[in-house]
Structures are given as C-alpha cells and as structure tokens.
Design a protein around this ligand. Structure first.
Ligand SMILES: Cc1cc2nc3c(=O)[nH]c(=O)nc-3n(C[C@H](O)[C@H](O)[C@H](O)COP(=O)(O)O)c2cc1C
Length: 327
C-alpha cells in the first residue's frame, strides 16, 4: 500500500506472524527502464532473497499501461531476485489513471491480458506473476472478462478488491461479486476489501468462496489480525504494543529521516484507532507535535500513565494472599 506498507511495516508485521506473502508499494512504470537503485528503494528485501527478515516472500508490484516497458522492468527486477511480480490494475488515484495506469485499465480487459502476457513472457517461469484488480471501473459489467484476461495472460493468481474504481474505498465491499469472477477462472482468486476482524474474514471467505484473502488497512489497524486468523490467538491489547510502537518510530527514523518518522507515527496511531480507542487518545496527544523527541516523550508518558494493573504473578506475596483470602 503506497505510503503505508514500507519495508519497516513489512519487517515488523511479518515478525508478528500469520502473513504468508507481502507486496511492495507500486512502482510506477512509464517508458523508462529503471536502474536497480529504484527497485531497491521500494524493495530493499531484494538484497535478502526477496524476503523479510522473518522469511516471508515479498512480491514487487508494478503499475503501468504499456506492455513493453512493463515487461522490461519486470525482467530487470526478476533478475535482481524478486520472488515474484504483482501487477496493479486497481489503483484509483487520478494522477495514475490520467497517465494510463492502475484502475484505468479495467475499462479494457484486453489490455490487462496483453500486459500480463508480456510480463509473463519476460520473467523466468519459476517466478510467479500475479494480478491485482477491482471489480471494474464505473460498473461491474466487465468483471468476468477482467478475471479471464488475468488468467489467459498467465497470471498465477488474481487478487480482487471487491469494489469498482468509482466506489473508491466506500463500504461495503461486494465480496459476492468475487465469487462470480472465481466461477469463470481456474487460477486461485484472493479476496480483498474491508476485512477488519476475524469475523469479517470468515464472512468474506463464505461470501466470496475464496480460501485466501489479502488484508490491507485491517492489518495495520490490528497488527496481529493475520495471526488471530491463522492460529486462533487472542487479540493483543493496546498496551502490548508499547515496545512495538517505540520500535516502529526508531526504525522509521533509521529508514528515512525525522519528518518521515513523525508522519508515520501519526499515521500508525490513527490507523490503529480503528481497533483501539486508546490509540485515538495517543493520536490526539501527538497529532500536532513536530519533532520526534516530543513524540517519543508523549508516547512513553502515555503508556506510563495508563499502566495496566499488575497481574496476579507480579503482585507481592501479601497482596496475593489477600486476593486468595477474598476468593
Ligand atoms: C493509502 C492506500 C494505499 C494503497 N496503495 C496500494 C498499492 O500501492 N498497491 C495496491 O495493490 N493496492 C493499494 N491500495 C489498495 C489496498 O491494497 C486494498 O486493495 C484496499 O485498501 C482494500 O483492502 P483493505 O480494506 O484490506 O484495505 C492502497 C490503499 C490505500 C488506502
């Protein structure tokens, strides 16, 4: 996710567990063949066999409307060791669509076919080329053609964000429409859109008829959501994330610079507020702060003020006896 899932997020979130694959932010391809350093900026994991430090494979995502440069750039990043290439035909951003990329291509499934086919031919067979789409541009009338275009072009799997471009991110996601696309192809179809909880996951699986899902915002809001789904773990409390958030700040600073870390910390606490009311409180405390020193101080003070009551194990012997007596 552009501006959200950077290498730090991929590293920290996959370390929690439950995630099988990651995808980079999209690399916008115009007519140029990019030098390696451009791909390394988006996917530093290319230097470690295209995996996060916990070993989860990372796809490099490309976005563009012209088969030739898409194929050439895909070839280059494959040679650099990309685990696989994901093609983005779902981005609704106006600048991207005006320049003939992302969701604009949903209007013409034949172009999705030609780009996928060209990239497939340019990339060694052992590297998957996967396709990400929406249900359509302004309506869903071409959704089955879009799915078939991805399959015929050689797509290894198809991820469907269950909205049209016009629907942007407005709820609800139409998971039932994914089932109709799944009916007309034999490649795996991965359902995406509005999975915020374990219950959403099960409803999405049932409605879309898809075994697998891709989770974007929901996983940022609940970093252990994939683990909860996969291993039926209990949801962590916000307090469990104190070190995680402090690490996120430090790593974001080391990755780029102070203003990046400041902006990312505000973004994270705002997104986590979707799950945790406490995170809204923290976001409110830091949203106007300008320096990382101020933010770090505020984060530490926030968790200190709201320390959890000590657990039974950490209570003193006399307290424990008192508790037992009360029982
Ligand atoms: C800020 C933002 C950036 C995104 N960037 C990308 C991107 O670079 N590539 C992509 O395939 N999808 C991108 N998406 C779309 C998400 O991958 C996903 O399809 C969408 O948010 C719906 O899923 P969710 O409800 O699980 O977030 C982006 C979404 C948001 C909100």
């Amino acid at each position: 996710m552009e501006g959200v899932v950077d290498p730090i997020v991929r590293e920290m979130w996959t370390a929690i567990g439950g995630i099988d694959f990651c995808v980079t932010e999209f690399v916008r391809i115009t007519s140029n063949l990019y030098p390696e350093k451009v791909f390394l900026r988006y996917a530093p994991e290319l230097l470690q066999k295209s995996r996060t430090t916990s070993g989860v494979p990372v796809f490099t995502q490309l976005l563009g409307g012209d088969p030739r440069p898409m194929a050439e750039n895909a070839h280059r990043v494959a040679e650099m060791g990309a685990y696989g290439i994901d093609l983005n035909f779902g981005c609704p951003a106006k600048t991207v669509n005006r320049h003939d990329g992302g969701a604009a291509l949903l209007k013409n499934p034949d172009r999705i076919f030609r780009i996928t086919e060209a990239v497939r031919k340019a990339v060694p067979k052992d590297k998957p080329v996967t396709v990400k789409v929406r249900l359509g541009f302004s309506d869903k009338s071409l959704s089955k053609d879009i799915a078939q275009a991805a399959e015929c072009g050689g797509g290894h799997w198809l991820t469907v964000h269950a909205r049209t471009k016009e629907e942007a991110y407005r709820p609800p996601a139409h998971w039932e429409c994914i089932a109709q696309m799944k009916d007309v192809v034999s490649i795996p179809v991965i359902a995406n859109g509005d999975i915020w909880t374990v219950e959403d996951f099960h409803r999405c699986q049932r409605t879309s008829q898809c075994e697998d899902v891709m989770i974007g915002r929901g996983l940022i809001a609940k970093p252990d959501l994939a683990l909860q789904i996969k291993e039926q773990t209990e949801q962590k409390s916000f307090h469990d994330y104190e070190d995680f958030i402090l690490q996120f700040i430090t790593k974001s600073l080391a990755y780029r610079n102070e203003s990046y870390a400041v902006q990312r910390t505000k973004q994270l606490t705002k997104l986590m507020a979707r799950t945790y009311e406490e995170s809204r409180g923290l976001f409110e405390c830091i949203k106007r702060l300008k320096t990382l020193t101020e933010i770090l101080k505020e984060v530490q003070a926030f968790f200190l003020k709201r320390q959890r009551p000590p657990s039974v194990e950490s209570k003193s012997m006399s307290q424990r006896l008192a508790t037992q007596a009360m029982l």
